[in-house]
Design a protein around this ligand. Structure first.
Ligand code: 3PG
Ligand code: MG
Length: 395
């Protein structure tokens, strides 16, 4: 596989697939620019070699063609600041004006294309659409790890039209860090799994049972485990059809000698809002009319001890509804514990993308853990052992 490191981009126009699917607020301001900053090494390398860069990405999931809300034009100014030069913009990702703007690009210049998903052909992996995109550059660089689990035109299909398919630094780092966890984790190895649904995490949990010493389970999915134990969960989120699955996971963990840690207590609320009334109860003792929205203080203590004694920590998914500050206490405490294990115990800590990555970044801890992934679904699928189309297309 060719990598940016060993490829000379002098005089070349590099068509770079990035994942700039970043969160924007109602004023179209970026609220987490981790995915943008992550691409600085790749783009800088190309420009320093004497090449030019044509950036292509999706933003959101537009369903009906061009929409203001999903326009990548909102990223032009922030990108110009990040890259220290005026970033040009093509208001269509294919067509004559994109072709002309790409052709006129000089060494050291950056052109951003409009949202790829304004064409339904992108998600369909349409070959003709991919060929049109390919006309814009001399080499294809894929640095969109966050979208590598999608077999879309720009992430996978476009590769066949290039002699040079080059793997970017984000992609390399993501794979290296995920492999470190999967293949050479120092023990004790603790995985912390959160989030609302068992069904989203079942495959990765099953794979991790062969690798980890400890599995901490938090977040909304614990209420399904509570049901499996015959506990009371009030109106907490749950998946009744996954109760048997939860039971069998616990049995498998026991058979494999993996220690499972579940919350000892929960902070629950009388309605789903930050200002709801709160009370702390033991796991499985949530009163009718109440719902668990966070782990409680005894759980924080227990989980923090397990994390403190670990040499490898993988964290994916929040401990509660961390978007509500009153129910972010558990998630933030786990972030603290992971930072401590990293800094004081020399643990290797990898934060899976999505919500747990936002929680860590929002707490200002991005630089104090070993690695924060830019991938949510992509990281999970990679760790489940799946071949990612965006990676396969590079070889
Ligand atoms: C993501 O944020 O999950 C990636 O950018 C992929 O987007 P998608 O889930 O809409 O395909
Ligand atoms: Mg996704």
């Amino acid at each position: 596989m060719k990598t940016v490191n060993s490829f000379n981009f002098a005089g070349k126009r590099a068509l770079v697939r990035v994942d700039f699917n970043v969160p924007l607020n109602e004023r179209f301001e970026i609220t987490d620019d981790t995915r943008i900053k992550a691409t600085i090494p790749t783009i800088t390398k190309i420009l320093n070699d004497g090449g030019s860069v044509i950036l292509m990405s999706h933003l959101g999931r537009p369903k009906d063609g061009p929409t203001e809300k999903y326009s990548l034009k909102h990223l032009v100014n922030p990108l110009s600041v990040v890259f220290g030069r005026k970033v040009k913009f093509a208001d269509d990702c294919i067509g004559q004006s994109a072709i002309d703007q790409a052709a006129e690009l000089q060494a050291g210049e950056i052109l951003l294309l409009e949202n790829l998903r304004f064409y339904k052909e992108e998600e369909k992996g349409n070959v003709e659409f991919a060929e049109k995109l390919s006309k814009l550059g001399d080499v294809w660089v894929n640095d969109a790890f966050g979208t590598a689990h999608r077999a879309h035109a720009s992430t996978a299909v476009v590769g066949q039209f290039f002699e040079d398919r080059v793997c970017g630094y984000v992609m390399l780092a993501e794979i290296e860090n995920a492999n470190k966890i999967l293949e050479s984790a120092e023990r004790p190895f603790t995985a912390i799994m959160g989030g609302s649904k068992i069904s989203d995490k079942i495959l990765i949990i099953e794979r991790l049972l062969d690798k980890v010493d400890n599995l901490i389970i938090g977040g909304g999915m614990t209420y399904t485990f509570s049901l499996a134990e015959g506990g009371k969960i009030g109106k907490s989120i749950n998946e009744p059809d996954k109760v048997e699955l939860a039971k069998s996971l616990l049995e498998k963990a026991e058979a494999k000698g993996v220690k499972i840690y579940m919350p000892l207590d929960n902070t629950c609320a009388d309605n789903f809002s930050n200002d709801a009334n709160r009370q702390i109860v033991n796991r499985g003792e949530i009163p009718d009319g109440w719902e668990g929205l966070d782990i409680g203080p005894e759980s924080v203590k227990l989980f923090s001890e397990v994390i403190a004694n670990s040499k490898t920590v993988l964290w994916n998914g929040p401990m509660g509804v961390f978007e509500f500050p009153n129910f972010a206490i558990g998630t933030n405490a786990i972030a603290d514990a992971v930072v401590k294990a990293t800094e004081e115990n020399g643990a290797f800590s990898l934060i899976g993308g999505g919500d747990s990555a936002s929680a860590v970044n929002n707490a200002g801890y991005g630089d104090r853990v070993s690695y924060v992934s830019t991938g949510g679904g992509a990281l999970l699928e990679y760790m489940e052992g799946k071949v990612l189309p965006g990676v396969a297309a590079l070889s």
